[in-house]
Design a protein around this ligand. Structure first.
Ligand code: ADP
Ligand code: MG
Length: 256
């Protein structure tokens, strides 16, 4: 279905923090059902791209399109901002983000954490939101943890709760920023299993990860970034099995 526009498309993205240009002209697209992974050294710009994509960060140049609809901007350069707060809200709630540090609210139970945004941001009926929250918590394997607080859960369980929270927004795509980096190795696997299930279901996802095995297992397309530019990209078997650029070869040998 190449005639339907990608769920998320980034064209010629440029982003600076003050005088420091960190994204220097990047194009990335994820079509419905695609899993796109972003890999690269620390500081190469992976998180910045995700944050620009769901408009947590402004960018100076380039287009960001959600299902073919371009973000409308006002101003230019370092003064460029999205022009329409309602468009920002719609795009941000449709590209649900999962962070390295989970970002659960400590004073809310797990169930409250998951149903909070659907009720307060999307205006969903409380009862319906609660039903959906319970369904997604069950789906990620912690249906029995509804009434506890985040501090009572392991890191892996907290991250699965954060994934349930993202799913409860019923987004068009999920954006993961190093979802397993804060976890002990034995807890990483339970989160990877959930991400694999989501990939199998045909969810559209963009995943920043340091975990090359997960990237190889779940991705349709892998993008290797170096200093704010795409150095190499392709299907995982090519990128990991036959890396062309010396930088990618070096990067892959350093991560083994
Ligand atoms: P990655 O996620 O690949 O590690 P980032 O996107 O976090 O890389 O960072 C890319 C570059 O932007 C780095 O040089 C980093 O120091 C810089 N950077 C990130 N966030 C900020 C910020 N809020 N202010 C200034 N510089 C930043
Ligand atoms: Mg990062």
């Amino acid at each position: 279905m190449s005639d339907t526009p990608p769920v998320i498309e980034i064209r010629n993205l440029h982003k600076a923090y003050g005088a420091l240009e960190v994204i220097k002209g990047v194009d990335i697209a994820a079509r419905k059902g695609d899993v796109v992974s972003l890999i690269g050294s620390s500081g190469s710009g992976k998180s910045t791209i995700l944050r620009c994509a769901n408009l947590l960060e402004d960018s100076q140049q380039g287009d960001i399109l959600f299902k073919g609809e371009p973000v409308r901007w006002k101003g230019a350069g370092l003064n460029r901002h999205p022009a329409d707060p309602r468009q920002v809200l719609r795009i941000r709630t449709n590209l649900s983000m999962v962070f390295q540090q989970f970002n659960l609210w400590a004073h809310l139970t797990i169930l409250q954490n998951v149903m909070e945004a659907p009720v307060t941001v999307l205006g969903r009926d409380r009862h319906e939101a609660e039903g959906a929250a319970r369904k997604y918590l069950h789906k990620v394997g912690i249906g029995d943890k509804c009434d506890v607080y985040p501090a009572q859960l392991s890191g892996g369980q907290q991250q699965r709760a954060a994934i349930a929270r993202a799913l409860c927004m019923e987004p068009e795509a999920l954006l993961f920023d190093e979802p397993t980096s804060a976890l002990d190795p034995e807890l990483e696997q339970e989160v990877i299993r959930v991400i694999k299930d989501l990939a199998t279901e045909g969810r559209t996802m963009m995943i920043v990860t340091h975990d090359m095995r997960m990237a190889a297992d779940v991705s349709d397309h892998v993008v290797f970034l170096h200093q704010g530019l795409i150095e190499e990209q392709g299907p995982p078997d090519a990128l990991f099995g036959r890396p062309k650029s010396e930088r990618l070869q070096q990067f892959l040998s350093s991560t083994n």
